[in-house]
Unconditional design. Structure first.
Length: 83
């Protein structure tokens, strides 16, 4: 439970930092599960995957989620205006 609280606070701090920087790199804010995945990969590294690979994978996943969110928002806006 303490680890989850730590991750939740770390995610909130990261979101606040990213909001202060006002950088929209096409990524969703970091989430607790994403932080947990990165932390787990740091402590227990999977075979044949280096740190750079894990960071690229995290960036790709967050970018993909950002695009999906924007597509859903556009679709919902369209669906509300369509007869």
């Amino acid at each position: 439970m303490l680890a989850y609280i730590y991750l939740a606070v770390a995610a909130a701090v990261q979101r606040q930092h990213e909001a202060g920087a006002d950088l929209d790199a096409g990524l969703i804010p970091i989430t607790v599960p994403e932080l947990l995945r990165l932390l787990r990969d740091t402590v227990i590294p999977p075979s044949r995957r280096d740190r750079a690979h894990r960071l690229r994978w995290s960036t790709w996943r967050r970018r993909h989620q950002h695009r999906a969110r924007r597509a859903h928002q556009r679709w919902n806006a369209y669906a509300q205006t369509a007869p």
